[in-house]
Design a binder for this molecule. Structure first.
Ligand code: PLP
Length: 443
C-alpha cells in the first residue's frame, strides 16, 4: 500500500465514530460540514472534549492541540478560572435586551490595553468586527472603496472574503467587487501606485499586520510604518485586522510595532472561548455610532456583548499578562525553529515562518514575502500538506490542514519538544512520498 493510502487507512481505522457521524451529518449539512476552515478529507474527526492543551475525539483519540480553535483559546481548553467566570454569570440569565455592566468592564480593559482604541463596540464574530470597522471607515470618509492585500482573509462577509478571483467570489455582488482594490502584501510601491490612482475612491486600507490567515508572510522592516505613511499621504484610513494578532502583545501587534491604525477589528481571545468580535478606534470616527448624535449609524446584534462572553473575555485577558505572552511567544519560536530543523534534518525543502505564538509550515524554501509566495509553496506540494496534517493526527498532534499552528499558555517546553519530535518522525516517514510528488522538494 502506498504511504498515502496507509495514512488515510490508519486515519479511517482510528475514527470510525467520526465517519459514521459524517454520514449522518451529510443528510442535513452540505457535505456534512458547517465550517469550511475545519473540513478536510476524507472527513474531519469530531471532537468531544478539550482540557488544557489536550483534545479528545469521539473515538477516544487524544491530541496535543496546536490549533486552539484557530488561535482563540489562548489559555487552552476549559481553563478553570475562565470557566468559573462564565459559570458565575449563567444563573442570573446572562443576556438581556439591555446594556450590561460586564460590557463596560471589558471595553475599559481593551481600550486601556490597545493603544489606538479610544472607543469600541462589541459584535458576535471577528467577521462582524471587520465588517463594521469598514462600515465605520466608509461612513467617515464618504467613500465606498476598500484596499485589501491579495490573498488576505478578514472573515466570512462579502467584502472580507472576496478575492480577486471571480470563480471563488461567486455570489458576491458585482457592484461590491468593483469597490475592492488589491495589492500584494509587503509591496509599498504597488500600494502607493494604487492609492495614487484610486485613493479618492478608497475609504480604507485593511490589513492583518502579519497575515496569519494568509499563511504568515512576515512584515518587512518598516513596512507597517510605510503603510501608515501612505494612508496619511493619500488621506485613506488604516484598518488593522487584529482578530488573531492581538495575542502577540498585551496591546496587540500595534503596541509591539508602535504603528497605530485608525480602526482595529478584534475577536477570538477577547471572548475567552465564546463567540465574539469587536471594532474600535479613534473617537472621532467611532462617534458615528453614538446614538445620541443626529444621523448616527445603527449597529445591533441580539447577542452583542453577551455577559457570559464578556465575563470569560475579561478573565481571559486578565490572565494574559505580558509575561505570559512573552512565554507563549518563546514557545512559538521554539516550535518554528524546531520544525525548520526537522525539515533540514529530513532533507526536505520546507520551512516555517513564525512570529511570537504563531507558526506556519511552507512546502518551499526561499523568501516568503506575500500570500502569492505562500500559495506557490502549496501549489507545488500537491497533497503533502494534507497528508502531513493527517499523519500528525494519527500520531496525536492536532493542527490546521493548511499548516497553521499556535501555542497557548496551557503548554510548556517539554510539550513543544515532543511535538517537534513527532513532526520530525512524520517528515522522515513521508520523505519517499515527497520524492514521488515533487523530486525538487528533496534537498
Ligand atoms: C484575520 C481574521 N480576521 C477575521 C476573522 C473572522 O473572525 P470570525 O471567524 O470570528 O468571524 C478571522 C477568522 O479566522 C481571521 O483569522
Amino acid at each position: 500500500m502506498s504511504i498515502r493510502d496507509q495514512i488515510i487507512q490508519r486515519f479511517i481505522a482510528r475514527t470510525q465514530k467520526s465517519q459514521a457521524l459524517t454520514e449522518r451529518a451529510k443528510r442535513v449539512l452540505p457535505g456534512g460540514d458547517t465550517r469550511s476552515g475545519v473540513y478536510y478529507l476524507p472527513y474531519p474527526a469530531y471532537m468531544v472534549e478539550g482540557s488544557g492543551s489536550r483534545l479528545t475525539d469521539i473515538d477516544g483519540n487524544v491530541y496535543f492541540d496546536l490549533l486552539a480553535n484557530y488561535t482563540s483559546l489562548v489559555h487552552g481548553h476549559a481553563h478553570p478560572q475562565i470557566l468559573a467566570a462564565a459559570q458565575a454569570v449563567l444563573p442570573s440569565g446572562g443576556v438581556f435586551a439591555a446594556p450590561m455592566q460586564k460590557q463596560v468592564e471589558l471595553a475599559e480593559l481593551i481600550c486601556a490595553r490597545v493603544p489606538s482604541v479610544e472607543t469600541m463596540r462589541f459584535t458576535t464574530s471577528g467577521s462582524e468586527g471587520t465588517q463594521m470597522a469598514l462600515r465605520a471607515a466608509r461612513a467617515y470618509t464618504g467613500r465606498s472603496g476598500v484596499l485589501k492585500m491579495l490573498g488576505s482573509y478578514h472573515g466570512s462577509h462579502d467584502l472580507a472574503s472576496a478575492t480577486a478571483d471571480p470563480d471563488a467570489d461567486r455570489g458576491i455582488p458585482e457592484g461590491l467587487r468593483r469597490n475592492i482594490f488589491y495589492v500584494p502584501y509587503n509591496d509599498l510601491p504597488a500600494t502607493d501606485a494604487m492609492l495614487t490612482a484610486h485613493g479618492h475612491e478608497i475609504a480604507a486600507l485593511i490589513v492583518e499586520p502579519v497575515p496569519n490567515a494568509g499563511g504568515l508572510p512576515l512584515a518587512h522592516a518598516g513596512y507597517l510604518q510605510g503603510l501608515r505613511d501612505l494612508c496619511n499621504k493619500h488621506d485613506v484610513l488604516l484598518v488593522f485586522d487584529e482578530v488573531v494578532t492581538l495575542r502577540l502583545h498585551e496591546g496587540g501587534y500595534q503596541a509591539q510595532t508602535g504603528v497605530l491604525p485608525d480602526l482595529t477589528a478584534m475577536g477570538k481571545i477577547i471572548g475567552g472561548g465564546f463567540a465574539v468580535g469587536a471594532f474600535g478606534g479613534k473617537r472621532e470616527i467611532m462617534q458615528n455610532f453614538d446614538p445620541t448624535r443626529k444621523n448616527s449609524i445603527g449597529h445591533s446584534g441580539t447577542f452583542n456583548g453577551h455577559s457570559v462572553t464578556m465575563a470569560a473575555g475579561l478573565e481571559s485577558l486578565k490572565l494574559l499578562s505580558q509575561a505570559e505572552i512573552d512565554r507563549i511567544n518563546a514557545l512559538g519560536e521554539r516550535l518554528g525553529r524546531g520544525f525548520d530543523d526537522a525539515f533540514a534534518e529530513a532533507g526536505i525543502r520546507g520551512r516555517t515562518t513564525y512570529v511570537g505564538s504563531l507558526v506556519q509550515v511552507h512546502w518551499r524554501t526561499g523568501d516568503i514575502n506575500n500570500m502569492g509566495d505562500v500559495a506557490a509553496g502549496f501549489a507545488q506540494a500537491g497533497d503533502l500538506p494534507y497528508l502531513l496534517h493527517l499523519e500528525l493526527m494519527n500520531r496525536g498532534v492536532y493542527s490546521a490542514a493548511r499548516g497553521e499552528y499556535c501555542t497557548t499558555t496551557a503548554m510548556h517546553e517539554a510539550d513543544i519538544d515532543r511535538a517537534i519530535a513527532i513532526f520530525s518522525d512524520t517528515l522522515h516517514y513521508l520523505k519517499p512520498y515527497v520524492a514521488q510528488v515533487n523530486e525538487a522538494l528533496i534537498a
